[in-house]
Design a protein around this ligand. Sequence first.
Ligand SMILES: [Zn+2]
Length: 265
Amino acid sequence: MKNKGLVSLIFALIIFASTMLIIDYDNTPLATIFAPSIPNQIYQPINPKTNEKIVCIVFDDGWKSSLSAIPILQSFGFTATYAIVTSYTSYPDYVNWKDIRNIANAGMDIASHSRSHIDLSNSSWDEMHEELAISQQILRSRGYPANVFVYPYGPSGNNETVQSQVAKYYLVARGTVEGKCDLSHCNRFNLEAYDVYHDVSMEDFTEFLEGTNGNNITILYYHKIDNGIEDTSVSKETFQVQMQHLFENGYTIKNLSQIFLNTVR
Ligand SMILES: [Zn+2]
């Protein structure tokens, strides 16, 4: 019986090793076991000065190419929100967990963009739970507060049933309805925004920004930053010019968490 301790140790090691090998859909075994502590956040929008012009930049889907926006953002001292689809993190065209860590370390905000990017207005209750709660748990297991949600597809955000489910888990959610966001009146579970797509000219861009003042903030969302010709692609050069415009015209750039949430102790 003197080997009992050794047998228990080996047994424990086998269990530990098998736990490590259970790599789930989102590739999160270690993170789930050694979960970092998450800051406690509440919904508390900022109170801008009347002459302040606040703009928020969001990247939807977590495309790998959106990483090339970071040096440009940093060169102006800007931040942005990256909305991650948690089950896409092992696909080559999308950011992986290491990229996401680098994004956060570069001063960017990490939001949930659901687990598998389905139209939530067309989902069962179980699917909705998976998309909202599980994606949040996965992000939290890696240390991101994940209190901000970005709807996959317009109809998800415009559906009141979906909004009420989102409200159970998140403090704020951005949709795709085009418009300004008035901090004192907006529907915080379907924030309005502007899609900066491939064909947006400088004239369109400045039009999106018109009326940005005090409580009226402008949220701009992008997808890919590359030379593609799809609607979702904006070139690095165009992005650079747009950021330069924001910088030269005195806009204050904040991410979604900075605008809507406050960290409490
Ligand atoms: Zn999307």
